[in-house]
Write a protein that binds this ligand. Structure first.
Ligand SMILES: Cc1cc2nc3c(=O)[nH]c(=O)nc-3n(C[C@H](O)[C@H](O)[C@H](O)COP(=O)(O)OP(=O)(O)OC[C@H]3O[C@@H](n4cnc5c(N)ncnc54)[C@H](O)[C@@H]3O)c2cc1C
Length: 387
């Protein structure tokens, strides 16, 4: 007879391990299946920010920004070894699409939506510009400093996974989900691990496969609901250089998209780009054009830095279909359930920053589908084990 679990999760990115933690903390027998290693997908290829998402104010996504800012403060509290508050700088050059006045208004709004000390910002006096890591000052009109947070996305995913295991969750890597069939009690789940087909029973099933969410749903019977979505690739480059004053958020000189230039493990991380992607999520890779675009942004802001690429990586966002302009698309996390009293929930989109909230929401939606258990902790106060 196959093993029986209350909750089976497919996918070991930040959402999968987040749900594993939330489920285990609530006292449920929990299994997670990850086909490769934890954080093998998007969760190891992000910009590594724990942030409200200043630019989402431009598309009016106030609820998302407010929730993300609240989660930023929560994560600073529960993961002090992994999430670090950092100064960010917004340089405004002559001819920029976003004027100093507009940026000031945006930062005032960001402060209003922030809880805690993270909302403060200031326009730096001209005499301080020379201390900004060699930031190009020709044509510079203003520099604003504000605060957000940075993490190591892979380490964060592992820390949440360790916490899930501490509460009894069984996390299996190298275990590829191959199919599931609904029955009277939930789902019969099949997977391959080490060349052997295994199976188990799940009262409820979570599809946390990020860019693979569509193909995963295609393996579930009877066919669950789906939503139209796009995969949007984002590339980062890593180059030599030292940023002592914090991060930078600058407009690209070619198309005025905002791009981050961040300190990362003694080097410089520049990203990201946006392009629609069709194909196997496992094959996503940076293109030469994306790399050149990011080199151009870096050279425009820090002309003295080397633009020789030490490393480059690309990840895939899942964006529910909507307005054609990718950068204006809503970034909310969509939870798609198979029924009003759900047995299956798929997570589409979302942010590293809001993983905990998303995981709690998934488990809340399953309340009527699962037996009552006594929760052993509250994830908003549970300190994550350090690296
Ligand atoms: C370029 C880029 C930059 C970003 N930057 C930020 C940022 O700075 N801050 C922020 O808050 N958010 C950011 N995000 C968003 C954030 O990274 C993602 O929302 C998040 O990582 C998604 O996690 P996930 O668990 O849903 O998916 P993933 O991390 O992709 O995990 C899915 C997992 O499912 C596994 N899987 C797939 N199929 C199967 C199967 N059949 N069986 C078993 N396992 C399977 C995969 O191997 C993978 O490990 C960024 C996204 C992108 C693309």
């Amino acid at each position: 007879m196959s093993a029986a679990f209350d909750v089976v999760i497919i996918g070991g990115g930040i959402h999968g391990v987040g749900v594993a933690q939330a489920a285990a903390v609530r006292g449920y027998r929990t299994l997670l299946l990850e086909q490769e290693v934890l954080a093998a997908g998007t969760s190891g290829r992000s910009t590594k920010l724990i942030h409200g998402g200043l630019r989402y104010l431009e598309s009016g996504q106030l609820r998302l920004v407010r929730e993300s800012l609240r989660e930023r403060e929560t994560l600073l509290g529960i993961a002090p070894d992994l999430v670090e508050r950092k100064a960010f700088h917004l340089p405004v050059y002559a001819g920029a699409r976003r004027t100093a006045r507009r940026i000031r208004a945006g930062l005032q709004f960001y402060r209003l939506l922030s809880s805690g000390p993270g909302g403060r910002f200031a326009a730096l006096p001209r005499r301080a510009w020379g201390d900004l890591d060699g930031l190009q000052t020709a044509g510079l009109r203003a520099v604003f400093r504000y605060y957000d947070a940075q993490t190591d996305d892979v380490a964060l995913t592992h820390a949440v996974a360790r916490s899930a295991r501490d509460f009894g969750a069984d996390l299996q890597v190298g275990a590829r989900f191959i199919g599931a069939e609904r029955n009277a009690h939930g789902y019969e789940v099949r997977y391959v691990q080490g060349g052997i087909v295994g199976s188990c029973m799940a009262q409820v099933l979570v599809n946390a496969t990020g860019p693979w969410a569509g193909p995963t749903l295609a393996r579930i019977l009877p066919g669950p609901p789906r939503i139209d979505h796009d995969l949007v690739a984002g590339t980062h480059i890593i180059t030599e250089g030292t940023l002592r004053s914090g991060g930078y958020y600058a407009e690209s000189p070619s198309d005025q998209r905002p791009v981050f230039i961040l300190p990362w493990r003694g080097r410089v991380l520049t990203g990201t780009t946006e392009r629609r992607y069709v194909g196997d999520p496992g094959q996503i890779a940076p293109t030469a054009g994306e790399i050149a675009y990011l080199q151009e942004v870096l050279a425009a802001c820090f002309p003295q830095f080397s633009t020789t690429v030490v490393d480059a990586f690309a990840g895939l966002r899942v964006l529910p279909r909507g307005a054609s302009d990718l950068s204006a698309r809503r970034r909310d996390t969509v939870l798609l359930a198979d029924a009003p009293v759900p047995r299956l929930i798929s997570i589409f989109g979302g942010k590293l920053t809001t993983y905990r909230l998303t995981a709690e929401r998934v488990m809340d939606r399953f309340r009527a589908s699962l037996p009552e258990r006594v929760a052993q902790a509250n994830t908003s106060r549970l300190i994550l084990p350090g690296p």
